[in-house]
Design a protein around this ligand. Structure first.
Ligand SMILES: Nc1ncnc2c1ncn2[C@@H]1O[C@H](COP(=O)(O)OP(=O)(O)OP(=O)(O)O)[C@@H](O)[C@H]1O
Length: 287
């Protein structure tokens, strides 16, 4: 299905702000390597005693958060609306600072955003007047790495299945294809941590399923560490190696469970259905 998007006037500005926050930080990044998209090792994430309260709120939004994400692991933060999933993801990304405790990536305290970790949101935040290739190259351009564009972007578009659309205007793409462009843009700077804030929730079920499987495959191929925010148990079961189930008031982790690594992560597989049902039961019992 092709969705023709009408961009609100503020959207390019929002896209520019989101991109600038991601790609113009003050921390150095690893030099580009010859291989277009390979990373050496996914990031290790440590959330250490994190607590957070928004100004003017009587209660903590998040409390007593202590966990680690291993290099190359895909972790889903699962919970009902309002339990603090997005807040936690934003703290990991360095978009906000916690009131207490800290987030460490590869042992370094996170104090700001950095091209080594990228966030994908529900809206792909593309520039509507640019082509697929130009949008995918924006992160490299903003990071002052223009020399890498020619060698890296074609390989990335192939990886996300958009080679045939390279010179199309992004407004002519479906919502799922636009998220694939955003994924290519996110991967172009060779991050070692991908932070996903319900990036597929606006898509139809079929497109969502294809993207969930592709993002898992790509992350595993590249060795990326991924933290995924979702309220969708099936999405967590398809994509994640491990699920952290959160409960609200205050937001906290109530269950930490590894998921069956079996290869058949699709709906028709009995093994997948059993794992999805186990996670759903855990969720109902604790969240
Ligand atoms: N900027 C803010 N100022 C005050 N309170 C906020 C702010 N942002 C979020 N909150 C509150 O913090 C709590 C957690 O919000 P958050 O968006 O992190 O939850 P969530 O689990 O991601 O929810 P959803 O699944 O609906 O996106 C909610 O009660 C929300 O109202």
């Amino acid at each position: 299905m092709t969705a023709h998007w009408t961009f609100k006037t503020s959207q390019p500005l929002n896209a520019a702000i989101a991109l600038a926050q991601t790609y113009l930080p003050n921390m150095p990044h690893a030099a580009a390597q010859g291989v277009p998209t390979a990373v050496r090792r996914g990031a290790h994430v440590q959330v250490d005693g994190v607590q957070h309260r928004y100004p003017g709120m009587a209660q903590n939004c998040l409390e007593h958060l202590n966990f680690q994400v291993e290099s190359g692991q895909i972790v889903a933060l699962v919970g009902r609306s309002g339990c603090g999933k997005s807040t936690l993801l934003h703290l990991i990304a360095g978009l906000m600072q916690p009131g207490a405790g800290g987030v460490y990536i590869d042992g370094n305290r996170v104090r700001s955003t950095c091209p080594r970790w990228v966030v994908m949101f529900q809206a792909p935040s593309l520039f509507p007047w640019m082509t697929v290739s130009q949008n995918a190259a924006l992160g490299l351009r903003f990071a002052g790495r223009k020399a890498e564009i020619q060698r890296r972007i074609p390989a990335l578009l192939e990886m996300v299945g958009l080679t045939a659309f390279a010179e199309r205007n992004v407004q002519d793409l479906s919502g799922g294809q636009q998220q694939r462009v955003a994924l290519a843009r996110s991967l172009a700077t060779q991050p070692d941590l991908l932070l996903l804030d319900e990036p597929f929730s606006a898509l139809d079920a079929f497109t969502r399923r294809a993207l969930q499987q592709d993002v898992r495959r790509i992350a595993k191929d590249l060795g990326l560490t991924v933290v995924l925010v979702t309220h969708d148990i099936t999405e967590a079961a398809i994509m994640a190696d491990r699920a952290l189930i959160m409960a609200p008031d205050p937001g906290r982790i109530v269950t930490d469970t590894m998921l069956d690594p079996g290869p058949d992560r699709h709906r028709d597989s009995p093994a997948f259905e059993a794992e999805r049902a186990r996670l759903a039961t855990l969720f109902e019992a604790t969240a």
